[in-house]
Design a binder for this molecule. Sequence first.
Ligand code: 2IT
Length: 450
Amino acid sequence: MNAYISSVIENVKAKHQSEPEFIQTVEEVLSSLSPVMDAHPEYEKADILNRIVEPERMFTFRVVWTDDNGNVHTNIGYRCQFNGAIGPYKGGLRFQKNVCPSIIKFLGFEQIFKNALTGLPIGGGKGGADFDPTGRSEAEIMRFCQSFMSALYRYIGPNVDVPAGDMGVGSREIGYLFGQYRRLKGAWENGVLTGKGFTYGGSLTRPEATGYGAMYYLKEVLRHEGEDIKGKTIAVSGFGNVAWGICKKALQMGAKVITLSGPDGYILDEEGVSTSEEKVAYLLEMRSSNRNRVKDYADKFGVPFFEGEKPWGVKADVMMPAATQNDVGLESAKRIVANGIKYYIEVANMPTTNEALEFLKKQENMIVAPSKAVNAGGVGVSALEMAQNWEHLVWSAEEVDAQLHRMMENIVRTSAQAAEEYGLGYDLVAGANIAGFKKVAQAMYEQGIF
Ligand code: 2IT
């Protein structure tokens, strides 16, 4: 590995010992960049790497709210404005019990390169809170969101920083957050948030965009191998918004999603979740119930449920981990390989440990695609939502979908070309890191030292 890269990784490890997820993503991205750094000594001279691993700004804030029984709760809110070289900071808010600086920073770091890959002018950011929405009432969620935005609103804006949803934050939460922002600002600045409802500036196709984009990406990868998506079986982990979008597009494309998973286990539907609109729609119900259980699907449709297990041992053509970070470690990766999976398409942010990812990439008969490229259609359509808000107009679902489709084709092509250019062959993982990095690095370089 390039010596400068090794020294930056060592710096990050030494400085951020309590941030394992952040160290993990820094190692994963930077270890792809040797040929780029060798070819661009000016980036080292400007110390681009030590600069890019340090957020431009990151802050915490107190979020206090009262539950339905009158008990007062205090949570920590976060916003990490990681890199603004190519556009306003852009990235989701995650409300989950385990949210901490390491998780916010790993997500923010990934977001920089993902957003660059979309080809649209958006910088990288991320935020959230250690609030656990499980079992909370509608009124409690509204009060939490209002309190969260009261603390954050001064530091964001349509040209400054544009949050969106992530785990625990869907269109309902975005609605409450936007309502509070508007109330405090006294101005119609709906470009400040994306993933909004359709009555006040949300983009059609944004709810489906991450899953649709992942399926368009998969289609391109299959095309490269001379294969058709029709009739392919797909094992999916997770059962949230992204899994729903995958199922909806799979239904249109004639592919079969056969598993879903939750914290309680996984379900196996040999007939295919993606073969009936009723089944696909039921995913939304399971999510909005806040029960966080996938067994409900097995009970409703009479399919097998495997308690406490993950779907890594299931036979399928394609594996799409779409749940959360570090779901697939080395042992799980070995099971996936043993089952003859040919396409390992990451969808959730960093679903694979670095060790497992290395192992999967080494398999001769496997194609591995990285989440920061596969799931970029979500934030890509968020950028299209911002564009519509600036122009005060609304594009049709067909128009947004067509743009998303082109965007994903572009991401696959750009990633493949970037890897090819540096002699790495068809390496979509390294290619995504290189293509995303080069755009941001060049922008930082041209803007001077700071
Ligand atoms: O991980 C992600 O890219 C998101 N949660 C979506 C971010 C966005 O701004 O739409």
